[in-house]
Design a protein around this ligand. Structure first.
Ligand SMILES: Nc1ncnc2c1ncn2[C@@H]1O[C@H](COP(=O)(O)OP(=O)(O)OP(=O)(O)O)[C@@H](O)[C@H]1O
Ligand SMILES: [Mg+2]
Length: 303
């Protein structure tokens, strides 16, 4: 691998959302600010929406680190849960030992009592759900009912939902309008722009141990490589990681210390999501052009 070649301690573009590599770009610091304000104000529901690969799980982990110091967190990373399974998972995250045979009424009571106990100890309970677009409607409703527990001043349980845009589509439907009204704060993770990608790449390289003595301007990627990363990744961090990793391998294969636009272009050739996306646009363009040509030709033929 290229670690020795570039003088790195570890791979800079791993796909695991590792908080040691967290890069505080405006899009993420804005979202973290919204989350902090929402948690401090004690409202019931908060949501963070982002397309696939835009950094939701990374942010989720950053939030867990933040919440750990100030409250009790219950983390639900796998939301394919029926209401019953959701209550059991929540109970376990709250430190309750529950027999699988317990009836739902008793289980709800135990959870409510536990939440009240945390409140007496001065601790808020924050449920953090990743991939929340996959939560069945009944389970979303079960979560909503837990947020009914409140004092005169604040909710005793808060829920932060991290989800793909499909959740918004589901919330737009009438059967989830009660939950929709409870969402007091929300934010969207936008794709990265060129400047952000530049900062992102260099931040991850430095976090992986890139030596500033060997690379005084802190980068391996030249400006046209960054431009190419932007257009091919559409600003999606996961795609940036995949392309950047492959492009570094290709530059290493050439024996070069600089990644250029051609490396990114070649890296994109065998990257599924990118090839598919480009192929799809090319097809749409061809159909569009073909359609207009056909229309013009037909019009030309009219007497
Ligand atoms: N702020 C950030 N700083 C550094 N790396 C990031 C950041 N945000 C995302 N990444 C990287 O981008 C990649 C995708 O991030 P993540 O897995 O969090 O996306 P996601 O939105 O949860 O994707 P999915 O919708 O598939 O669950 C990961 O490799 C992660 O390390
Ligand atoms: Mg994720």
């Amino acid at each position: 691998m290229y670690l020795y070649h570039y003088g790195l301690a570890e791979l800079p573009f791993n796909l695991t959302p590792d908080t040691d590599f967290y890069c505080e770009l405006p899009v993420y610091s804005d979202a973290m600010n919204v989350l902090r304000i929402a948690i401090e104000s004690g409202e019931g529901f908060v949501k963070v929406i982002g397309e696939v690969g835009t950094g939701k799980t990374m942010l989720c982990r950053m939030l867990l680190n933040y919440v750990e110091k100030n409250a009790h967190s219950a983390y639900l990373p796998n939301p394919y849960l029926s209401p019953n399974e959701l209550r059991l998972a929540l109970a376990s995250e709250l430190g309750l030992r529950i027999a699988r045979t317990i009836d739902q009424y008793q289980l709800t009571e135990k959870i409510n009592k536990r939440i009240l106990k945390f409140h007496d100890q001065g601790k808020q309970v924050i449920v953090i759900v990743d991939e929340a677009q996959a939560l069945p409607k009944e389970s979303l409703e079960a979560l909503r009912l837990f947020t009914n527990l409140e004092t005169e001043k604040q909710k005793l349980l808060q829920v932060v939902l991290f989800a793909q845009p499909e959740l918004d589509e589901r919330l737009a439907k009438p059967d989830l309008r009660q939950l929709r009204q409870r969402i007091a704060f929300s934010c969207k993770l936008k794709p990265l722009d060129k400047r952000s990608i530049d900062i992102y790449i260099n931040h991850r390289l430095r976090a992986a141990g890139l030596s500033l003595e060997r690379f005084p301007n802190g980068s391996i990627f030249n400006s046209s490589a960054i431009k190419s990363l932007l257009s091919r990744s559409r600003g999606v961090p996961r795609l940036v990681n995949i392309l950047a990793h492959k492009a570094m391998m290709l530059a290493y294969g050439r024996g070069s210390f600089k990644v250029q636009a051609i490396d990114v272009k070649n890296a994109a050739k065998d990257t599924d999501d990118i090839s598919f996306h480009r192929w799809w646009w090319a097809l749409a363009l061809a159909l569009g052009l073909g359609g207009s040509f056909y229309g013009i030709t037909l019009m030309g033929w009219q007497p």
